[in-house]
Every structure is written in C-alpha cells, then in structure tokens.
Design a protein around this ligand. Sequence first.
Ligand code: TXA
Ligand code: MG
Length: 342
Amino acid sequence: MDETGSRETVRLRDFLASADERSLAGAAIREGGLVVMPTETVYGLAANALDSHAVASIYVAKGRPSDNPLIVHVSSVSDIDRLCGPDADALDTARALFARFSPGPLTLVLPRSKDIPLGVTAGLETVGIRIPSHPVALALIEAAGVPLAAPSANRSGRVSPTTFAMACAEMDGRVDAIIDGGDCQVGLESTVAKVGHGTVSILRPGAVTEEMLAEALPGFAIMKSADLHVDPSAAAPSPGMRYAHYRPSAEVYCWKGGPVEGFAHVEGLAVIGLASDIGRVDAPLRIGFSSVEEYAARFFAALAECDRAGARVILAQSVPESGIGSALMNRLVRAAAGRSVG
Ligand code: TXA
Ligand code: MG
C-alpha cells in the first residue's frame, strides 16, 4: 500500500479449489492486509481483528467514520470465550442462540475481552460476533488463523455489495485481494442483536427475525430498535444506524403500490418490486421478483443494476414488515432517505 491507501488488488476466482489462493489470502491477512470475502449476507472487507493497524486501514478503505464499530467473524462458538468478557449469563444466552442460528446471518453484541482492540469496537466495551455460513468465509478464517473484523465491503454510505462484480466496483485498488464467491444468498446484512440479562435487543433486523429469536428464547423479552429513520442527531443504540446508508446514484422513493402520476414525465424512471405489481408503473426499467424473499436477496443488486442502466429515479415497492420484510423495509427506508410515494 502507498501513503494514499491505494493497493494492487488480485482477484481470487477459485478459492475453495486452490490451496495457493487460500494461502495467499491467509498470509495477506496475517501480514496486516485487506481481503474482500463473500459471506452468505453481503461481501465483507476483512482484516485481522487482533491487529489495530490492519483494523485502522479498513476505515481508510471504506471512508468510514471511526465511531462505527466492526463485526468480528469467527468459525466456531468456542472462540467467544477468548473474544468476549466475563459475563456468564450473556455468554450462556449467546451459546444458546449460536447453537440454533450459527453458522448464519446473526451477529451478537457481547461484552468485549481486552484482546479486542478498541479500534474494532470504536471505543465501546462490547463487540459484535458472527459465525458466517459461506464456505469461502469459513475457509478464509481458517487460512488466516485469526478472527476477522469485517464491515460490508462498500464505500461508506453506498450499497452493500452482494455480487462479485459489485464488490470489485467498490474495492478494486483499495484492498490486497477480492475473493469470488458468487452471489450472496441472503442479500441483506446480518441481524445485529445485543444480548442482555433476560433480554435481547435487535439493533439491526436481518434474516434471523424477531419471531425466530423469540421462539429460541422462551421467557426472554425481545426488543426491537424502533429507530427506522435516518436521524444524524439521535443517540442510536447501534452507531451504524445513525449514518446515511444504501445510497445508489439514483434518487430512491419507497413506492407504496398506489398511482404515481407525478412520475409520468420523469426521465430514467425505474421500478423494483414484486413482479405481480410493478406492471402498474409505466417505466422503461422494471425489475420484478416472485417473492418477498427473492426481493430481499436481490434488492441491493437491483439498485446497482438501476445505476448501471443510468436510472435517475428508482421506485422501490414497500412490503409488509414481518419476517424478512422487516429487514428489507429497514434498508429500503434508508435508501429512500425517508421519501415515499403512492
Ligand atoms: O452481514 C453482515 O453483518 C456483514 C457481513 C460482512 O458480515 N457485515 C456488516 O458490517 O454488515 P457493517 O460494519 O456494515 O455493519 C455492522 C453493524 C453496524 O450498524 C454497527 O454499528 C453494528 O453492526 N455494530 C457492530 N458492533 C457493534 C457493537 N459493539 N455495538 C452496537 N452495534 C454494533
Ligand atoms: Mg455496512
């Protein structure tokens, strides 16, 4: 890396089959480098979580405010003993949740052990831990032999990459390697949940839903962060909730499904939503999905596709806020910066 942060990036296209690619990426991490890896949720920008210099370079590559903490990715539940502080109750709850939902799209916020540099937690006394299920992410953790701090691999404020092409467009020239893992299956970032005593607070909704957490923890109070709106002045429980997010170049509106005559003369109009409904909008670019699940999985990629096609305005259809719909609406409202129509 030179002093401006620019790097020569290698693309690793055959990671699981190639021992050479795995050892190259593992060595890059151990030497303090940055590697973009696929996970089942979104592509992540990984560095050695125990190396504060490497962690600092993540913030540079993303252009990310340094008060927004990073998630630490590990391959096994037993790693939490070393990475988390001594709160036996919280760790028991975490083990129960990870036994049920890991590997998978769940991040648990737990007391931090002193081994975790404060640069990872942005000064907080808690740390977010996740065990991803993507075989490439697990293979990279193994090859590196260290826990990986990894935010989504987008530049700050932009859409999280869910395809190899999107990851390259965001991070080429800023990292040492980008690993091709195909399209991300979940397509929205993990559920972030803070473990308390008899309570779990959902700081960011994801594919592990409120309903699933409630079922796994009978007798616990499952609390939801009501904060769906972008309010830079509000004290948010999860620092990342404060920032502008998921902004493509086009202006996004949350489309409630009704008439949108006001947009009839807009040039470069695009509509994204359920295939059964988007025909109601007269737009040159329509991207339709057969289910809310597919819509959630492809939402970020669809925003990127609209940008590539030169769309100026994107109408993104709203969905009911249950199951994965809560996570999709959380991202959609942010992408639209609160604008809605129809
Ligand atoms: O699916 C995912 O979680 C992806 C993949 C790469 O694993 N990662 C991801 O990281 O989305 P990032 O940095 O883009 O979002 C992490 C979110 C932020 O909103 C951050 O504020 C919150 O998790 N977070 C992390 N550590 C926290 C902590 N100790 N306390 C509260 N919130 C935390
Ligand atoms: Mg992110």
